[in-house]
Design a binder for this molecule. Structure first.
Ligand code: NAD
Length: 269
């Protein structure tokens, strides 16, 4: 099938789509024929720039502001999407952030912020999407599934990460959240899957790649010896959301250049 048609006529919401991975995912889904809702928390101009890029390529998109950790804002965002497009076919739960510190110095505020955005935000958005998928059911001409939910996780779903305990706990939480709703929603023909990126070059991890020294250190953790690009994840998300991946549910696909292969053991540890 022509990859440009894989998501033809479908509506997709990508959270945190004004930057980094979310932006690349939105562009890839639009390139595959989906109509996009570009969610953003604060940066209206960046969200509009993503919308304009999609429109310039012949696609359809709107920008909708919402903090994904606030229930009322999430509900208002879905209402705005339904007013514009009528329904939803694909949700990409991408929004996330880090508030790093040594564990003993971590404030409750930094713990709560990361869990609220990275984990509770995924719950709030997935619940709204699942309600609509169940209400509407399968529309054969668009997809074999009633809906698809992609949860942006991380290699830190499985790799412990000292100094980032709140972040690692949120991603470990996403794993069981994703699997549990996949199990519950499969009978409704709803697919739920995770993407576990390794090191992808975005603003969230700038410290790890902006100097040659930092990049060299990072590359010791990546057997494939390059940092990932947001477009790598975009292509995977577009495929995972399509019927080409119709039998995939309840699992995380790691896209990490081998970061989860325990590279420290490559020469017998
Ligand atoms: P980024 O900082 O470029 O993007 C994060 C996005 O989330 C931004 O658009 C930001 O505005 C949005 N966001 C933050 N708080 C929000 C809120 N309350 N409501 C709505 N949106 C909010 O970083 P990124 O690397 O593109 O991160 C995207 C996702 O990928 C995150 O979930 C992150 O944990 C995950 N991830 C990134 C990497 C990496 O190496 N870059 C690796 C693994 C996982």
């Amino acid at each position: 099938m022509n990859p440009s048609l894989l998501l033809k006529g479908q509506t997709a919401l990508v959270t945190g789509a004004d930057s980094g991975i979310g932006k690349a995912v939105a562009l890839a889904l639009a390139g595959a024929g989906a109509k996009l809702v570009i969610n953003y928390a604060h940066n209206h101009d960046a969200a509009e720039a993503t919308v304009n890029e999609i429109k310039a390529a012949g696609g359809e998109a709107i920008a909708v502001q919402a903090d994904v950790s606030h229930e009322a804002e999430v509900k208002a965002m879905f209402a705005q999407m339904y007013a514009q497009y009528g329904t939803i076919d694909i949700l990409v739960n991408n929004a996330g952030l880090q508030k790093d510190s040594k564990f003993v110095d971590m404030t409750l505020d930094d713990w709560n912020t990361v869990i609220s955005v990275n984990l509770t935000g995924q719950f709030l958005c997935a619940r709204e999407a699942a309600r609509e998928f169940i209400r509407r059911g399968v529309v054969e001409e668009r997809s074999r599934a009633a809906g698809k939910i992609i949860c942006m996780s991380s290699v830190h779903e499985v790799i412990p990460w000292g100094g980032h305990v709140n972040y690692a706990a949120s991603k470990g939480g996403i794993n069981m959240f994703m699997k549990s709703i996949a199990q519950e929603l499969a009978p409704h023909k709803i697919r739920v899957a995770g993407i576990g990126p390794g090191a992808i070059q975005t603003p969230i991890n700038k410290d790890a790649w902006e100097t040659p020294e930092a990049l060299d250190k990072l590359l010791t953790l990546i057997p494939y010896n390059r940092i990932g690009k947001p477009e790598d994840i975009g292509k995977l998300a577009a495929w995972l959301a399509s019927d080409e991946a119709d039998y995939i549910t309840g699992t995380t696909i790691f896209m990490d250049g081998g970061m989860t292969l325990y590279p420290g053991f490559a020469d017998n540890g």
